[in-house]
Each structure stands twice: as structure tokens, then as C-alpha cells.
Ligand binder design. Structure first.
Ligand code: GLU
Length: 477
């Protein structure tokens, strides 16, 4: 009898993405050649450049991968991490293509990576590395508002995006749409309000949608709604932090466990995320926080008994070696690729509902799209209509008051007659996007009886859209 070969606990991130793609591709109905074209990364730019650090020159390894050119520009973040390698950036770039398709953001997917640990460098050194990386991208025509538009990712934020914009502008003086060459910029440097919290807010909306279906929740033995759901979060970076705060403040959920690089903390009655983040800023650690108990090991967060587990750090966190120990009923993939393909099979057999990364964390790129549109239109959202709406609502309220002979309080009046600001419109657009995309993914599951998990359904939804783009181009008749 032939023995089944044991699967290694670690399979590469790229292999996981590839296995998930193949699993969905059989249901897509697209021709084989077209599927092969969609799957591969179109352009991989690997670079090495010198940067002066102290008295020495260091050679920095970096990448930019454009996965698909079926829509332009290509889009995706830039990661600064010691673990960056070509395969990882290729996997992340591929996910960006599917992510954009799922939320109807008209971009191809891309991703960048610089193999450094930001903690090892001063701000000035990080600035030199970022500026040099940008110059390399310009040199090979790998950046531009209509070419490829980077954004923040693990280890980068609005500060780095500001440096990228400034470098781009100094090379491309006079280019009228230059501000659209990068997103996630500081608000006073052509950024948009609501971008920083966008990924976390999107994770919240994805969860809110998932828990709103009675039949889906009944299968898990849960009631509908976010109120009172217990949550464990791995990672208190930008995504983990905002997800936690919004789930707590807007959803009424209870965050019982949080893990970071230095350890994990637990409180079954709930942890105040804002207070925990303040404590970390002050002391450099989440440990020793008055509102929670320290746990033995940071990996314990994954095995905590809770309703919802939110991995919001890096890929390959839930693997064959720990998948069986997961006790959560729902996993929301705020990070990209936190579950390996092998581990997913185990989790699905256990009946766990997995909200896949390419939908769950798409809030970031959705608001990046709004920022890019704002840059191309050269105008803040809401500028034209805010006062007009305000006056119209004011007139309506006045009319009702006159007709009824009653007046309403000033506070209530202000709320009723308010015109939308930029941040209101960004949140409204993001909510609409996440609600519609979840609906589409669920429709796929209804249509294809053999598809039983959200990731495969999300992939099929993406393949439908990308495939029809290619077919419309007449490339695959
Ligand atoms: N890095 C984020 C992601 O993985 C955002 C990308 C973007 O805004 O372009 O989705």
C-alpha cells in the first residue's frame, strides 16, 4: 500500500496562494490558457542598491512585482521587513489582483518589498532608503499615477508615502497628476481622510456582514450581530489596532486577548484597546498593562477560546502544526495569507468560518482608490455639495417645523442638517463596497453548490471579473 506523503508544516506563501487558486479555477469555467495567464506574475523587478549607513555602505535588496496588467495602473503596498523575499512579494502581488477585482477597484495587482528591519535604522537612514528605492522605480518606469501606484504595508506608513511622493515630484516636475503616484500619503500631502483606519474599518464591516446571516451563525452556534462577541487579535499594528477599536466602539464586541511581538495579554471581561496602545507607546510593550493579565507566550493568542480570531500580523501563522488547536468559530484574515492551504483544510473540517484576506482586508486598497481619484480630480470630496445639502436639509427641517408647529432641539437639528465631509463620504463608500462584495461572494456560494468556503467563492468572484476583462480585450477569444 502506498503511504501518503506527510505534508510539511511549512509550505511557502506562494504555494498556498497557488493551491487556493487551483481549487477555485476548476469552478470558474474559464479556458485553461486564460487561467494560466491570470495566475502568473507579469513583471518582477528585483533590485540591489547601496545606501550609506554610518560610515559604511550597505547593499539593500528590494523588489516590485506587478502581477496583472489587465487593468492599469497596478496597485499594492510596499513592505519593509527582514523576511521579504521574491516569492513573498509575488504572492502578495497576486493577492492584490484578486482583492481589487473582488471589491471592484479598477487596478491590477502589485506589491513591493524592501528587505530591512525598520527598527535597525534611524529616520534619516529610512528616508534615504525610501528615496533611493523610489528613484529605482522611476528609472525602470515602475511607478506613476497611470503605471503602478504603491501604498503602505507592513513596516511602512504615511511618512514613507510622503517621501515617495516628494522624490517622484522632484524627478517629474510639472506632471499634473503626480500626486496620484502613491496613496496612503499624509492628509496635508494630498492624502485622504480615513485612509489610516481604512483596512481596520473594512475588517470590521466584513465581520459585521458575516455575522449578520442567521443561518450561517446558527451553523456555528452563534447569534447574529457583533454585540458581545469575544475577539482575539494577533498584532496591534495599524490594522490590528483600528480593527480592535472599531469592533469595540461601533460593534460592541469584547476584545479578550491581544498579542504583539513581545507577548500577549488576556482579560475575559474585555481589554480597552486605546488604553493598551497608549501603555505600549509609553512602556514599549503591551505586557504589564493594568487592564489585563500577561500570558506565557505570544502564540497563545491563536489558541484562545473566543468567537472571532483576527490574525493581523504576517502570513503563515496558522499551519499544519497548530491548526487543530484553534478554538475560534470565525477567523477574519486581516493580514495577508495568515492561514496556509493545508491548515485551511483542517479548519474547514472543524466547521470554522474563514473570512478570506482578499476580501477581509480590502478596505485599505478601496480607500486608496478614493485617494487616487481625489488626486486625479484635484479636489477634496464633499467640497461641491456639502453646503448645498446642508441648506436643503435645513429648509426641509424648517418646513416640517412650520407645518407641525413644533421645533426640534439644536443638537438634533445639527445632526439632521449636516452635509457630508470627506471622511463621511470615504466611510460611506467603504461600507457600500464591503457590503456589496460580501453579497457577491455569498451569491457565488449559492450558485455553485460544490463551493463550500468563502475563499474559494471569493476567488471565483475575482476570476469571473478578471476573466471577462481579458475576454473583452479579445486576447482570449
Ligand atoms: N497594503 C495594503 C494591502 O495589502 C494596501 C494596498 C493599497 O492601498 O494599494 O491591501
Amino acid at each position: 500500500m502506498s503511504k501518503k506523503k506527510a505534508q510539511p508544516a511549512h509550505i511557502s506563501f506562494l504555494d498556498s496562494v497557488s493551491r487556493n487558486f487551483d481549487k477555485a479555477a476548476v469552478h470558474s469555467g474559464l479556458p485553461k490558457g486564460l487561467l494560466s495567464q491570470i495566475k502568473v506574475c507579469n513583471s518582477v523587478y528585483q533590485m540591489r542598491f547601496p545606501v550609506k549607513v554610518g560610515n559604511e555602505y550597505q547593499v539593500i535588496e528590494a523588489y516590485r512585482v506587478q502581477h496583472s496588467h489587465h487593468r492599469l495602473p497596478t496597485k499594492g503596498g510596499i513592505r519593509y521587513s527582514q523576511k521579504v523575499n521574491q516569492d513573498e512579494v509575488m504572492a502578495l502581488a497576486s493577492l492584490m489582483t484578486y482583492k481589487c477585482a473582488i471589491v471592484d477597484v479598477p487596478f491590477g495587482g502589485a506589491k513591493g518589498g524592501v528587505k530591512i528591519s525598520p527598527r535597525d535604522y534611524t529616520t534619516a537612514q529610512l528616508q534615504s532608503i525610501t528615496r533611493r528605492y523610489t528613484a529605482e522605480l522611476i528609472r525602470k518606469n515602475f511607478i506613476g499615477p497611470g503605471i503602478d501606484v504603491p501604498a503602505p504595508d507592513y513596516g511602512t506608513g504615511s511618512r514613507e508615502m510622503g517621501w515617495i511622493l516628494d522624490t517622484y515630484m522632484s524627478f517629474k516636475g510639472g506632471e499634473i497628476d503626480a500626486a496620484g503616484c502613491v496613496t496612503g500619503k499624509p492628509v496635508n500631502q494630498s492624502g485622504i481622510r480615513g485612509r489610516t483606519e481604512a483596512t481596520g474599518r473594512g475588517v470590521y464591516y466584513s465581520l459585521r456582514e458575516a455575522v449578520s446571516y442567521k443561518d450561517d451563525m446558527a451553523k456555528l452556534g452563534l447569534t447574529t450581530g457583533m454585540e458581545g462577541k469575544t475577539i482575539a487579535i494577533q498584532g496591534l499594528g495599524n490594522v490590528g489596532y483600528h480593527t480592535g477599536v472599531i469592533c469595540q466602539e461601533e460593534g460592541g464586541a469584547t476584545i479578550i486577548c491581544v498579542a504583539e511581538y513581545e507577548g500577549a495579554v488576556y482579560n475575559e471581561n474585555g481589554i480597552d484597546i486605546k488604553a493598551l496602545a497608549k501603555h505600549r507607546k509609553k512602556t514599549g510593550s503591551i505586557l504589564g498593562f493594568k487592564g489585563a493579565e500577561d500570558m506565557n507566550q505570544r502564540k497563545n493568542v491563536l489558541e484562545v477560546k473566543c468567537d472571532i480570531l483576527i490574525p493581523a500580523a504576517l502570513e503563515n501563522q496558522i499551519r499544519l502544526d497548530n491548526a487543530k488547536k484553534i478554538k475560534a468559530k470565525i477567523i477574519a484574515e486581516a493580514a495577508n495569507g495568515p492561514i496556509t492551504a493545508g491548515a485551511e483544510e483542517i479548519l474547514l473540517k472543524k466547521g470554522i468560518l474563514i473570512i478570506p484576506d482578499m476580501y477581509c482586508n480590502a478596505g485599505g486598497v478601496t480607500v486608496s482608490y478614493f485617494e487616487w481619484l481625489k488626486n486625479l480630480s484635484h479636489m477634496r470630496f464633499g467640497r461641491m455639495e456639502k453646503r448645498f445639502d446642508q441648506n436643503t436639509y435645513g429648509n426641509l427641517v424648517g418646513l416640517v417645523e412650520r407645518m407641525t408647529g413644533k421645533t426640534i432641539g439644536q443638537k438634533e437639528k445639527k445632526l439632521l442638517t449636516r452635509g457630508a465631509d470627506e471622511v463621511d463620504l470615504v466611510r460611506s463608500g467603504l461600507e457600500e463596497t464591503m457590503v456589496t462584495a460580501y453579497d457577491q461572494i455569498r451569491m457565488v456560494m449559492k450558485r455553485k453548490k460544490k463551493v463550500e468556503d468563502l475563499r474559494t467563492a471569493a476567488f471565483i468572484s475575482a476570476l469571473d471579473k478578471i476573466g471577462s476583462d481579458y475576454l473583452a480585450l479579445g486576447i482570449f477569444p
